[in-house]
Ligand binder design. Structure first.
Ligand code: HEM
Length: 243
């Protein structure tokens, strides 16, 4: 425990914590986008979109051994802890950097840093704001409570993405996410000591593939609904069968 506290207090420890928690959240995003892409699959049964079956699975996984949503809440707790640790460590590192350089350079030269690196704090803050709206919209259903259907994910997406404002917001968020992840993945390799002049080109390419792949896959769902490539939800109500 004492060692963990010492690690948390050191600069290198904070970098490692930010990297590991970032990796946990990136893992979640990969699973999340894989789930989202199920919107493109044919119905699992007549009147039952495949993505709704998946949403219901997320809530019922672990049953009957574990009560309803227990496993889902376990994952949520890990994610919330990761997000809090990530934000805290990143802010503390940024403050230390600022304190270590109280006199600002007269001419700021960004030699090694890339545009996404400078925008990390801004993109991270905007992504946090997006996340709050996103959870109120698709998880709690607070934003459109009258029409929101728990586990009726396909219909919820269809209704949201027929409003151009939401499409613009989600596509904007995925662009930000791409920038954030590109630099985040690259920093992760450095913090974990994986960078090396022989490997750096390959690692940067890997960071680019992950960031671009996630960004484009996330954006594909709102774009497909808004262009009509994904049609309306089936008329038959799956609500009775799915929890
Ligand atoms: C266009 C992109 C996105 C779409 C269409 C989308 C869609 C959804 C939907 C429909 C849900 C509810 C799923 C359910 O009820 O089972 C959800 C949950 C969630 N999304 Fe997204 N999402 C997108 C991007 C993102 C991004 C970029 C993040 C993170 C920065 C994110 C984080 C989350 C989280 C944390 C949850 C809650 C999961 C839970 O605890 O149940 N999403 N998303």
């Amino acid at each position: 425990m004492k060692r963990l506290l010492l690690l948390y207090r050191s600069i290198i420890g904070k970098k490692v914590i930010a990297a590991v928690t970032g990796a946990v959240m990136m893992g979640f995003l990969i699973l999340h986008v894989a789930g989202n892409l199920k919107a493109f699959l044919p119905d699992a049964a007549p009147g039952v979109p495949d993505i709704d079956v998946y949403a219901s699975f997320l809530r019922t996984m672990g049953e009957p051994l574990l009560p309803y949503t227990t496993l889902l809440w376990s994952v949520r707790i890990v994610l919330i802890a990761s997000l809090l640790l990530h934000v805290t460590c990143v802010l503390q590192l940024a403050r230390r950097n600022q304190r270590a350089r109280p006199v600002r350079y007269r001419e700021v030269r960004h030699v090694e840093s890339t545009a996404p690196a400078r925008w990390m704090l801004y993109s991270g803050s905007l992504l946090l704001a997006f996340l709050v709206i996103h959870l109120l919209q698709f998880t709690t259903g607070t934003i459109d409570a009258a029409r929101f259907v728990p586990s009726g994910v396909y219909g919820n997406l269809y209704r949201a993405f027929h409003e151009w404002g939401y499409v613009a917001m989600y596509v904007g968020a995925t662009v930000l996410l791409g920038l954030h992840l590109y630099h985040g993945a690259w920093s992760l390799f450095q913090s974990l000591g994986l960078d090396n002049p022989d490997r750096n080109r390959g690692l940067r390419q890997l960071a680019m593939v992950v960031a671009l792949g996630l960004s484009l896959s996330f954006a594909s769902v709102p774009v497909a609904f808004s262009l009509g490539a994904l049609g309306p939800p089936p008329a038959e109500s799956p609500k009775l069968a799915l929890r």
